[in-house]
Design a protein around this ligand. Structure first.
Ligand code: FES
Ligand code: FES
Length: 195
């Protein structure tokens, strides 16, 4: 980053001591719109998304890569937004759940989750389960094997495949059977002729 994009900002600790943090300009392309933010380089992508405002679909469940509630797509690959720095994602396409809707209508994955009760409290759903499902479908369609895929290429998505591919996304409410049913529904609708 150019030096003139750097700014030293003064902050106060809780004890009142002065500390200085160097912030710099970071341009993030989120859901097709470029946002210019002044960020401490240590800010995670998850915190930056929340800072951009009202992009709270990706949740902070654990903050350490264990729950998947913060899942977003970066260049169409799912990642945990709590485990990457915002500054590392400059120039990439970041998509959050807000970018899932199509012409204002829910994405088919969101519809299936609603129809099958794939969420209870909903905390894990928008950023985590829904986004991982979208990525799961595109990974499977692209022939990417999971840890339990038999052979080199995937032939259909069995329920155990779905569970394996969603294993990085935890649901504290235990809505797992409904989540699998919702994903199974999307898989079958996608495979149905004329769908
Ligand atoms: S908040 Fe990122 S994995 Fe849990
Ligand atoms: S629906 Fe409550 S954590 Fe998943």
């Amino acid at each position: 980053m150019p030096d003139d994009d750097d700014i030293l900002t003064e902050r106060r600790t809780r004890a009142g001591a002065r500390v200085y943090a160097r912030t710099q300009k970071v341009r993030l392309r989120i859901n097709g719109t470029t946002h210019e933010l002044m960020l401490d380089p240590r800010v995670t992508l998850l915190d930056a998304l929340h800072e951009v405002g009202r992009l709270a679909g990706a949740k902070n469940g654990c903050g350490r890569g264990q729950c998947g509630a913060c899942t977003v797509l970066v260049d169409r690959q799912r990642i945990n937004a709590c485990l990457t720095l915002a500054i590392m994602q400059e120039g990439r396409d970041i998509t959050t759940v807000a970018g899932l809707r199509q012409d204002g209508a829910p994405h088919p994955v969101q519809t299936a989750f609603m129809e099958h009760g794939g969420f209870w409290c909903g905390y894990c759903t928008p950023g985590g389960q829904a986004y991982s499902t979208v990525a799961l479908l595109s990974e499977a369609a692209g022939g990417q094997a999971s840890a339990i895929t038999p052979g080199e290429r995937l032939e259909g998505l069995r329920d155990d495949e779905i569970r394996e591919r969603m294993s990085g996304n935890l649901c504290r409410c235990g809505a797992y059977p409904n989540i699998v049913a919702a994903i199974r529904n999307v898989v079958e609708r996608t495979a149905a002729p004329g769908s």
